[in-house]
Design a protein around this ligand. Structure first.
Ligand SMILES: [Zn+2]
Length: 254
């Protein structure tokens, strides 16, 4: 597979990077990414993921746009209030780059339907805001052998972790947070607040990690460090990271 003249133009700034190049751009065009949550993380992340030319996108969100979303959910505008996020996101991608293949789901993720959504994907990026959903997605990713980027944000703090719990020595998201949150809906954004640009920082960092993960060991980007969680501090500001070990008692991956 090679890139047409207009695709070469479109991705010229990627292609001149030795870390990506023409081969990397062709590789991205052949990848399938599932983006779960089109909110503060998913909305800016999608703009960079689509711009990166990831050829196949599945967009999942059961919410409708509310006025209070517009402070950070950069895909949406005032006219979108009251409309479904997944439908608007698909329309945005279709206008932005009609060459990308977009599928949407506007059903709420459960442990039952999560498997069907992630099966066969090259990568899942989870930007949802409650632990029950995040754990359901993590368990489905482990079972279907799909790597997972998990991103979250609140107040001035962001968190982006890369998990490959289906591999024998790598942690999953459940190894990181444990089981305690399975039943709990921990949507604290409304109560605690969030600086809009903080969501954008976590989202674009997650998009960068997604490109790294999709290019993988065969590419020229430094390899992603599975099991590593980055903490973004927007107040200081500062970024640090730590490694998560596989929990031998984890009910998700062990
Ligand atoms: Zn685990």
């Amino acid at each position: 597979m090679s890139l047409s003249e207009d695709r070469l133009d479109r991705f010229a700034r990627h292609i001149v990077l030795p870390e990506i190049g023409g081969a990397g751009q062709v590789a991205l065009a052949g990848k399938h990414l599932v983006l779960v949550g089109l909110g503060g993380i998913g909305s800016p992340a999608l703009q960079y993921l689509a711009a990166a030319g990831i050829g196949r996108l599945t967009l999942v969100d059961d919410d409708k746009v509310e006025a209070s979303n517009l402070q950070r959910q950069t895909l949406f505008n005032t006219r979108d209030i009251g409309h479904g996020k997944a439908v608007i996101a698909k329309r945005w991608v279709s206008t932005f780059d009609p060459a990308l293949d977009v599928t949407i789901s506007d059903r709420r993720i459960t442990s039952e339907n999560a498997h069907r959504l992630v099966v066969g994907a090259d990568l899942v990026l989870d930007g949802t805001d409650n632990f029950a959903t995040r754990l359901a997605i993590s368990d489905a990713c482990v079972a279907e052998r799909v790597p997972l980027l998990s991103a979250a944000v609140g107040r001035f703090q962001g968190q982006v972790g890369a998990f490959a719990g289906h591999l024998p020595t790598e942690a999953c998201y459940r190894c990181f947070v444990g089981d305690a949150f399975d039943a709990e809906d921990c949507d604290t954004c409304a109560e605690e607040g969030m600086l809009g640009a903080m969501a954008g920082w976590a989202a674009t960092f997650a998009a960068l990690q997604a490109v790294r993960a999709l290019l993988g060991p065969s590419g020229n980007m430094p390899d992603i460090d599975w099991g590593r969680v980055y903490l973004l501090d927007g107040l200081k500001p500062d970024m640090r990271s730590f490694a998560i070990a596989k929990d031998p008692a984890c009910k998700g991956c062990s």
